[in-house]
Design a protein around this ligand. Sequence first.
Ligand SMILES: Cc1ncc(COP(=O)(O)O)c(C=O)c1O
Length: 403
Amino acid sequence: MSVTTIHSQILAIHGGDPVRATYLPYGRQSVDEADIQAVVEVLRSDWLTTGPKVAEFEEAFAARVGAAHAVSFTSGTAALHAAAFASGLKVGDEAITTPITFAATANCVLYQGATPVFADVASDTLNIDPEQIASKISPRTRVVLPVDYAGHPADLSSIFEIAQKHGLVVIEDACHALGAEYEGKSIGGQADMTVFSFHPVKHITTGEGGMVTTNDPNYAEALRRFRNHGISSDARQRQSAGQWHYEMQFLGFNYRLPDFACALGLSQLRRLEWNLARRREIAGRYTQVFREMAGVIPPMVRDEANPAWHLYPIRLDLAKLTANRAEIFRALRSENIGVNVHYIPVHLHPYYRELFGYQGGEFPIAEDAYQRLISLPMFHSMCDQDVEDVIHAVEKVLAAFAR
Ligand SMILES: Cc1ncc(COP(=O)(O)O)c(C=O)c1O
């Protein structure tokens, strides 16, 4: 399409025809017949809650990410809570994390009565900046909680170095990063504990669900008990051992992922490689076009990283545009492109402002990025036409607002 044709197109927000007749969401699940059969099979069996599929899913997941143990939970949020508990985080302690994340990352620190301390992000990946972490360490720091934003691994080598020097536990929030690689190794077997989510917009889904992976058997044991009220055995173990006795050893929760959800996860896991390949293909096409387009900065990838592309967040080059992010966002939505924004920096939410007195201005790189970020549709079942529609809509809207 020539520049003049793009210019002559009337934006849908101004009464023109939208690029698409139907709405394209930013993310969505794909469930096939094999998934449905796997769930139905369990619904017809004896075990709806913790049964054989739980261990099967956990073992397959641990093997895929290269960890010794995997412990499933009812959500990524529950998995974060459990990891924060297992790390020993308690009242009076501090955990350092990033403001560019979903609130659940920092909330797990609050669940333990500890204090989340934010450190600003690096301007290329928008992942937590190790130098900023180092500047936030105090005698109370116990945990570092990096996030693999959008599926791009955090700067793990530097983070592990800092953690080792100061005796800190690293809980990696990899809710975006199933299948990502760092220095050629799969995410999930490198941090003390790594947390995943199986929400429907993620790489694989169990409806709601989450997982913690670890190489440490003590963490694995604490995680298993935490998800089961702090009790030392589960009902299935007691039944097979023919005994009734159990002990509650600490205050835990019921965070058990049901057997039919694990059957779905196991079935979905079989398609993970295809999902990742398709997401990488879509990201490749987007980046090829957006790196040449004025007004847009595509996400950057460091040499040591192979991202999993949960999100594809572009940043607007506002100096080259006559509109702000909100106007561009609304114009793209009118074209039926389901854009989103990830994330409102956590410290700017009213709850955090009130609790800690944040006023804005504390984390300039994160806050500047927030003014420019737009997540474009990214999910593995997008067809080539969907991808081209997104590109066309971005071209059309940015051309209309070019300076
Ligand atoms: C970075 C991050 N951490 C944690 C979570 C929480 O996961 P869940 O929705 O499974 O509770 C999410 C969910 O979207 C997330 O994006």
